[in-house]
Design a protein around this ligand. Sequence first.
Ligand SMILES: Nc1ncnc2c1ncn2[C@@H]1O[C@H](COP(=O)(O)OP(=O)(O)OP(=O)(O)O)[C@@H](O)[C@H]1O
Ligand SMILES: [Mg+2]
Length: 242
Amino acid sequence: MLTAFLAATLPLMTGMAKELVLEFENVEKIFPGSPPVRAVNKVFLQIQRGDFAALIGPSGSGKSTMLNLAAGLDLPTSGRVKIAGRDLQGQSQQELCRLRRQSLGFVFQSFNLFPVLTAVENAEYTCVMRGEKQSLARAKAVAALEAVGLADKLHRYPTQLSGGQQQRVAVARALATEPKFILADEPTANLDSKTAAQLIELFEDLNKKMQVTFLFSTHDHNLVSRVRRQLEMRDGELHELS
Ligand SMILES: Nc1ncnc2c1ncn2[C@@H]1O[C@H](COP(=O)(O)OP(=O)(O)OP(=O)(O)O)[C@@H](O)[C@H]1O
Ligand SMILES: [Mg+2]
């Protein structure tokens, strides 16, 4: 009784109350088919503000599905996903969109760049959509592209960039919105080791100096060795390793 009371009140009294940015409560995602695929199996997960966490596991184990659920891009078959305490189920598409634009940066495994827009136009797109002044959106996009080492490629179209450079534009697009929480699906997958190391340092910097929360999937051992939390997916189940 006393232990439970202290556990509940001590963090509040010492100012250490957890700020949960993401919660999974008994989440399942089953893709229909014959047979159906249980891509996420009864997952409980809490990501706190300031976390720097990696989702690891073999191909097909459910990492991208987890990240899509976390971003509200997909809804669970059962269970609850909450962002900043708000249940994603029951929100309209418009509300989900607004929530994503305001609180999340998302880096997709397949980049999702607009082919008809240049690197800088892609990077500023979310800010413009959010209603920011064009000049401010442009300034943030340029700064983000500089941070990922693409200052000299601002006006190239995606087809004029290598896979790794497109990946970095996708990262810059997420950074330009100055999100408090970044979800990234294999952000270093297409990068050479030097660029990957620079990107990891940038993420660490944002995490330490700006308290940006990170949850990313990766196969990159250099990245895994730097995280504070390792979450392993195995056949849709989540196991906390550290
Ligand atoms: N839209 C879909 N419809 C049917 N099955 C799907 C769908 N998306 C994913 N799956 C299946 O769900 C499982 C998990 O896929 P997911 O993409 O989450 O894996 P992953 O861990 O990200 O793999 P990788 O490391 O290859 O990116 C796989 O068996 C996959 O085939
Ligand atoms: Mg994946």
